[in-house]
Ligand binder design. Sequence first.
Ligand code: GLC
Length: 424
Amino acid sequence: MRWMRAAGRGLLAVAVVLTGYMASGVPSPGVEGAGGRGPMTLATAGDLTGYLGPVLDGWNRAHPAEQVTLVELPDSADETRAQMITDLRSGGGRFDLLNIDVAWTSEFAAAGWIAPLERGRFPLESFLQPVVNTATYDGRLYAVPYVTNAGMLFYRRDVLDREGLRPPRTWAELERQSRTVAPRYGLDGYAGQFLPYEGLTVNAAEAVYSAGGTILGDEGQRVTVDSTAAREGLAFLARGVRDGWIPEEALTYKEEESRRAFQDGRLLFLRNWPYAYAGASGARSKVAGKFGAVPLPGPDGPGASVLGGSNLAVSSHARHPESARDLIAYLTSEGVQRRVLSEGALPPVRAALYEDPALVARFPYLPALRTSVLAAAPRPKSPHYEQVSLAVQAVAHDAMAQHQTPEAAVRRLAAELAAIARRR
Ligand code: GLC
């Protein structure tokens, strides 16, 4: 469906550009050459809430000679990254502006695939500060934060109210309610994104961070994962599957599968990004008006989310870099950032929106989300991030599938990360 909509939009954009050219017989002034202005593409992972097309239409109406065509890549972070890299490695051409996951800035910058940007040109001081760090590499700005993200715990408020319970703030409470309350209502207990892909790296890192552990230090050169905290984190996830309060099916979930399980009324608790709020409140949801979202729990109190989100970066091969930079300024403007939240259900990067009374009334989880974003921990930093992530996913999956004890899994991860660090 989304592919069809995206293709339709692409055709429309092309048609508008051609009309612009033909009306005057020659390209309008400033289309080529002058400061690198002209049409461009914006590549992004799947637009799960379908809001971006209309936002870009706004730009296209105002910039007939600098039309942007949306290229929607797959929903899964890993597949999107692979498609972007295939193009960038071969000299680029398909994608001018890239909406990249916050986890990739270092890797893309180190490889020379994205061009540095001038700080003064973008309203960085209006952004939530932790997100700005995800856009820098080696002291330079290589991207501009666009959307931020923090994992939250979605819970069935109707069920907990009936039981006189508060949403869990500790793993022990989450585990107890998943084991004892969920079955009484015909529900499964807890799920997150547990298929081996970037989402599992995030969920595993959150468990490790929440227990007070870390994975790597010193920009990827020091391996810090061999700790009691990391074992405790993986043991929490592995125990859930072993004892049945994490359904085995969750080992196949990415964001969308897990969102559907929750909104179809099959789960008591779900770890997901805030975008899931929109679907779960929608007309097709069985849990609309019956759920809430709170910060993730940890071993003895609130846990730590991994910082998610995406940054806008200009490809080193961009055909029209000036237009691409102007489009970044448009997408990070107050007006568009408001729509990112109100139409896209995505967490904006502009700090003031989290305190806007009208938005808080419409999105009651905003204050909790702001707390989660400000406390969120970045993913391990490494120019070999992909290999690091693959190693984390593989051991987390093996521990959850009961193929390896959490102790053995952590030892193996430490050895694999040390081998990756030696490759630099
Ligand atoms: C979300 C986050 C992103 C993360 C991905 C994992 O898209 O915003 O940072 O890498 O999920 O699946």
